[in-house]
Design a protein around this ligand. Structure first.
Ligand code: SAH
Length: 354
């Protein structure tokens, strides 16, 4: 069985190469090549042919291919559907902001969490990604687009904290100075609220931004739209958020998808204000993206605006997320979903840019 070389840290790679009597500096060379997104060991031109052969006998390289690519004509957002080596697909979205290029990546193929409004979870969890497959989304998005990536958000397909060890390893890899060197402060991780894992993450004391998909302060309604709430209810989740803040000093960012007549009423705003009292937080109000299979509809602009006003009047920072790439199915899971429904790649292999 060949080993997944790109999932290895530099320290692990050093041990592997030491075992075949290669000098220390080789590990760094190999690591750097891997993190530049080489597609074969033969591209590692400063290694001997013999070593390249040895590496290809011992290890495999994950290389995703572009199954589909869509570029927004409006705002430069590019959405990639990557085909992984086993044929499964995941998506990444590149967004161009003033503060830098941000890539939103997936952590799993499908998702086990079952949120009622989310396209990613419709077919359940297929499998979890490897660290290399998460890293590849950053590497190959940068290579294909030619745009340097400075920020990462783990808000694509999947629940990052359901793939905890992999995600932690991915963070270490992408943070490595010999690799992409992306600082933790430039990384956000989004979770639907796995409380045990939030506590574990707090212990890691990383400088990343934790985003929590709260979406509703009322238990009855939240349990209906987010099954995880039956395991960890709103108060249990918010208690974990408070512990997280106390341990790391990092303000929590809450995501709140505005669903018409479900979670956007003045009563909900009141309850939210009450529940968040004393917890330094930022609320991201996101107009719900329509998912064909779901009866849930987005709130009107006026509802979003009055909800935001109520929060800010009570000293809670609330911003309405700008929707990027609305012309290209850019909300998570939609491209993969549509692609699967169509059941095939465009027959001429062309790239759709509509
Ligand atoms: N599993 C993680 C991260 C992936 S989803 C989580 O739940 O946080 C990233 C964000 O998009 C989450 O806040 C999720 O609730 C939200 N989301 C999913 N479907 C959406 C939709 N149709 N409209 C708006 N936001 C959606």
């Amino acid at each position: 069985m060949k080993k997944d070389i790109k999932s290895m840290t530099l320290a692990e790679l050093s041990l592997e190469l030491k075992a075949i009597c290669e000098p220390q500096f080789r590990a760094k060379q190999v690591f750097t090549w891997l993190h530049r997104g080489v597609k074969s060991f033969d591209e590692m031109s400063n290694l001997s042919k013999d070593l390249r052969r040895k590496l290809s006998e011992e290890y495999f390289l994950t290389v995703p291919t572009v199954a589909r690519k869509q570029a927004s004509q409006k705002d430069g957002t590019i959405k990639y559907l990557w085909r992984l080596s086993d044929g499964n697909c995941v998506e990444s979205v590149l967004m161009q902001y003033h503060h830098g290029n941000t890539v939103c990546i997936s952590s799993e193929v499908g998702c086990p969490m079952g949120c009622a409004f989310c396209a990613s979870t419709l077919g359940g969890l297929v499998r979890r990604l490897r660290p290399s497959e998460m890293l590849d989304q950053v590497l190959f998005t940068q290579l294909d687009s030619g745009l340097p990536i400075s920020n990462i958000v783990l808000m694509g397909i999947g629940e990052p904290l359901d793939n905890y060890d992999t995600v932690l390893r991915f963070l270490e890899l992408v943070n490595a100075p010999e690799g992409m060197n992306i600082g933790m402060r430039h990384i956000s991780l989004s979770t639907c609220g796995l409380v045990d894992k939030i506590d574990r993450l707090a212990e890691e004391d990383l400088q990343l931004t934790l985003s929590v998909s709260l979406h509703c302060p009322d238990n009855e309604i939240r349990s209906k739209i987010m099954p995880i709430n039956r395991r960890y209810d709103v108060d249990t989740l918010l208690a974990a958020c408070r512990r997280y803040f106390e341990k790391t000093g990092r303000r929590i960012s809450f995501e709140y998808a505005m669903i018409r007549d479900v979670n956007d009423t003045p009563e909900m705003a009141q309850l939210l204000i009450k529940k968040l009292k004393g917890l330094p937080s930022h609320i991201n109000l996101i107009p719900l993206n329509n998912v064909e299979e779901s009866p849930l509809k987005p709130s009107t602009r006026a509802q979003v605006a009055s909800f935001q006003k109520m929060l800010t009047e009570h000293g809670i920072t609330a911003t309405v997320r700008r929707t990027l790439g609305s012309d290209i199915d850019a909300s998570c899971g939609q491209l993969r979903r549509n692609y699967e429904k169509e059941g095939k790649e465009q027959s001429d292999g062309s790239i759709r840019t509509d």
